[in-house]
Ligand binder design. Structure first.
Ligand code: AMP
Ligand code: MG
Length: 528
């Protein structure tokens, strides 16, 4: 409780009583719906303003205190009915036209094929909040049909909304760039998927929700003016350093290439599979965006496919970096009309292809060392030696052959000692073929003996990069099953555990182990 300036008990009580609605009003009032240099100011070629479709009797499923604080809001007020109604999209109907939420239009390549116009089919932007020197856009996902809904119902179900909420917050705390989630609200309104489910809304938060597909949209529709306007918006707001370059748009491609390469290295290093890396699900800021059938790998399989609708394995774990690169090609293609204004018309075409290819080649130069750095840290190697990449690859091969648990293997490596095998058991026991593990362990120990760092110091460093807690499918499933019974305590508890993925948290040991047998049959599809 805060102290009232008057210092009287009555004053404090009155303040506490008013604080809920006041705090919600202050939050909602701080959302700017028409700021000059925001995405929404790009105008009607980019978006359609419309109200959200209300949902009956909404309730709060989860609230991220951390994301709330980013917005200057105290999460303890999130149970206030005004908060729940607002973030379910129930109060936008009577807004004046220029303050209405907005759905944006984009296009994209889905599963390698041009899919034409897509757009925010079930997400609407509320506007931006500036707090603590940072500007964040807020978006309701699942808030009803928009002009871009195509055959969809504009809704998101409770199951997938809880998964997005938990995973985006978990990724943030793993140190991986991502959109974030403020809250999830639910309603008993039925929604048809493979089975009947119920509706929910996730409030997503990010500096920008612009995707590669936004650029592809204006390129394929032959709208160079809008294409440039969008690129200028992204550069001015997020990559102002590109203005210094000879060709700011090529510089933009370069920045996005580097961020995407880093993101791919981040995903590979924690065993995260996105599941639907279509170009419309690729963030221009290099954020993890659009959580659908994602998954963290349990037993390692380099070919792991987390999306059971992905029959070809296009988005399998081992494919992700290549697909990131492929998606950047699509982005580069869309930016072509903007490249090379300084070239003579006679040589321009040839030059810009050369330039774009050179920039795209930068993906490999960035990705390989980025992953190598992460792998070296995961193995606890402070020094650089030839053969470190081979050591890492041999571990992956053994993990793959034995379906050794990704998270536990890396976490338990920190328990090994460089002088003897007395600390091997926790990781060794994850490999059915103990002899194969021992071969690798001996090579690893030999390598560790070249390190000056003590075992203790190495373990501390490794535990800061190898998470103990990730959002395994079965953990999410447990929280979802209870939430369907209106018990949201497990969503809250799991969110709390995932906020400290690198800490020991011995009281949460049950969140660490291998998935139970019932989880083997869990399948996650695109349907969300
Ligand atoms: P995704 O692959 O889930 O990111 O979605 C691809 C496209 O389909 C996007 O344009 C989404 O907005 C749209 N979409 C997905 N689900 C729905 C739905 N239930 N209603 C309307 N549009 C949807
Ligand atoms: Mg999407």
């Amino acid at each position: 409780m805060s102290f009232s300036p008057s210092g009287t008990v009555a004053g404090a009580a009155a303040e506490a009583e008013l604080a809920g609605p006041d705090a919600v009003n202050a939050l909602v009032g701080s959302i700017e719906t028409d700021r000059r240099d925001s995405f929404v100011a790009l105008g009607s070629a980019f978006l359609t303003r419309l109200p959200a479709s209300p949902l009956p009797a909404p309730y709060l499923v989860g609230i991220s205190a951390d994301t709330a604080a980013q917005l200057g809001f105290d999460a303890s007020h999130a149970h206030d009915p005004a908060f729940i109604e607002y973030f379910t999209g129930n109060t936008t109907r009577d807004l004046p036209p220029d303050e209405l939420p907005y759905a944006s239009v984009y296009s994209g390549h889905q599963f390698g094929v041009w899919a034409g116009q897509l757009g925010d089919g079930r997400a609407i932007g509320l506007g931006e909040i500036e707090h603590g020197g940072k500007r964040l856009e807020l978006q309701l996902k699942g808030a009803g049909r928009t002009p871009y809904s195509r055959m969809g119902d504009g809704r998101a179900v409770l199951r997938s909304s809880i998964r997005e909420y938990l995973c985006s917050e978990a990724m943030h705390h793993l140190g991986i760039p991502t959109t974030r989630a403020l809250c999830v609200t639910g309603s008993d309104q039925p929604v048809r998927r493979e089975i009947m489910e119920t509706a929910a809304v996730v409030t997503r938060v990010a500096p920008s929700f612009v995707r590669f597909g936004h650029f592809e949209h204006f390129y394929t529709n032959d709208r160079p003016h809008e294409l440039r306007k969008l690129a200028d918006h992204v550069i001015d707001r997020f990559y102002p350093q590109c203005r210094e370059a000879d060709d700011p748009y090529l510089a933009l491609l370069n920045e996005v290439t580097l961020r995407t390469a880093d993101l791919m290295a981040d995903w590979q290093a924690v065993g995260f599979c996105h599941g639907v890396m279509n170009t419309d699900n690729m963030s221009i800021l290099g954020l993890t965006i659009d959580y659908g059938p994602f998954g963290f790998i349990d037993g390692f399989n380099a070919g792991h496919i987390c999306n059971h609708s992905d029959s070809q394995g296009r988005y399998a774990y081992k494919m992700q970096p290549q697909i990131g690169y492929w998606n950047l090609f699509c982005l580069a293609q869309a930016l072509v009309p903007l490249f090379g204004p300084h070239y003579d018309e006679a040589v321009r075409n040839e030059k810009i292809i050369e330039d774009a290819q050179r920039v795209l080649e930068g993906f490999r130069d960035r990705f390989a060392p980025a992953l190598e750095r992460r792998m070296r840290a995961k193995l606890g190697l402070a020094e650089i030696r030839d053969g470190d990449d081979k050591l890492a690859n041999q571990l992956f091969e053994a993990m793959n052959a034995n379906r050794a648990d990704f998270t536990l293997t890396f976490r338990n490596l920190a328990k090994m000692h460089k002088a003897d095998a007395s600390g091997d058991a926790p990781v060794r026991d994850l490999f059915l073929d103990r002899a194969a593990f021992d071969v690798w362990a001996n090579a690893y120990r030999l390598r560790l003996s070249e390190e000056t760092r003590s075992d203790e110091d190495r373990a501390i460093a490794m535990n800061a990069v190898n998470p103990k807690f990730v959002l395994r499918n079965h953990l999410a499933e447990n929280a979802i099953r209870l939430a369907k019974e209106k018990d949201f305590s497990e969503v809250e508890r799991l969110a709390r555990v995932l906020r400290h993925p690198f800490s020991e948290q011995p009281e949460f040991e049950s969140y660490v182990g291998l998935p139970p047998d019932w989880a083997n049959g869990l399948e996650v599809s695109c349907s969300s």
